[in-house]
Design a protein around this ligand. Structure first.
Ligand code: NAP
Length: 262
């Protein structure tokens, strides 16, 4: 029997925040599924490192630097990737978390969380959408969070931004359904990435717990009592980009081991 063609062969994908964590894992999996992956982020050296891993595995990647809060930089990076052909898969993954009790949160903290986590998704989606429309369809997957579906203490701005991403996902899914585009969100619980390592250090610093106790504390949010692997989030992202997932649209898929079982 001839080897099966990879499901995303010939597709061009864009992954924001592709230099680490979930974005890196998604880029590697998209490339393994046959896509040429545009790696977008601020730190070029980490994007180049991911690109090297993809190319060593015989797949293709292109690095494009942009801060997702800077519309002109996003437009230029997307135009650079689109020279390869129209991108039809977009993974809006770039994000950042900052915690503070609400009464001590400054308006700068608030604006910074909305800018990167919500307005960044707006910028990149607006820059990429004309290519999906011109190509006759595509897939958008937004990396929201369990904090886009429920509240947690001390992250009001992050949670508000991620709830906004879920709302944007649902609205765009309906608006673009007739254009052969699906828009979905993945909503992970705590994932073992540099962002969570920073959260753990912050808990140690603020509470005096040791690292193991801090880790147990955040593991206890999930009924599975564990952190999630970036690769299991990436697997869901790639599935949502696959032909088999065409009927899944406007969904916010929780990946948190039952924390959001309702
Ligand atoms: P991470 O390893 O810190 O990755 C975040 C990525 O976003 C980095 O590659 C960073 O790269 C990029 N980024 C940050 N600000 C950016 C900006 N202004 N412009 C462009 N890129 C930017 O953390 P992660 O856990 O993989 O996070 C990925 C996504 O998952 C985020 O949206 C996060 O909110 C979400 N999430 C994470 C968890 C978790 O527990 N870790 C849970 C739920 C959801 P540069 O610094 O190079 O720009």
């Amino acid at each position: 029997m001839a080897a099966a063609t990879p499901p995303l062969q010939g597709k061009i994908a864009i992954v924001t925040g592709a230099g680490s964590g979930i974005g890196r894992a998604a880029a590697l999996r998209l490339a393994a599924a046959g896509a040429h992956v545009g790696l977008l982020g601020r730190d070029v050296s980490s994007l180049q490192a991911v690109s090297r891993v993809i190319e060593q595995a015989g797949a293709r990647a292109t690095v494009a630097q942009a801060d997702v809060t800077d519309r002109a930089a996003v437009d230029a990076a997307v135009a650079e990737i689109a020279k390869l052909g129209p991108p039809t898969l977009l993974i809006n993954n770039a994000g950042a978390g900052r915690s503070a009790p609400f009464d001590r949160m400054t308006v700068d903290d608030w604006n910074a969380m909305l800018a990167v986590n919500l307005t960044g998704v707006f910028h990149v989606t607006q820059a990429v959408l004309p290519h999906l429309l011109a190509a006759g369809g595509g897939r958008i997957v937004n990396v929201a969070s369990a904090a886009g579906l429920k509240g947690y203490p001390y992250i009001a701005a992050y949670a508000a931004a991620k709830h906004g991403v879920v709302g944007l996902t649902r609205a765009l899914a309906v608006e673009l359904a007739g254009r052969n585009i699906t828009v979905n969100a993945v909503c992970p619980g705590y994932v073992d990435t540099p962002m969570t390592q920073a959260t753990l250090k912050n808990i140690v610093q603020k509470t005096g717990r040791d690292m193991n106790a801090a880790r147990e504390m955040i593991e206890s949010f999930s009924p599975q009592k564990r952190l999630f692997d970036p690769d299991e989030v990436a697997a869901t992202i790639v599935y949502l980009c696959s032909p088999d997932a065409h009927g899944i649209n406007g969904q916010a898929i929780a990946i948190c081991g039952g924390e959001l079982a309702v």
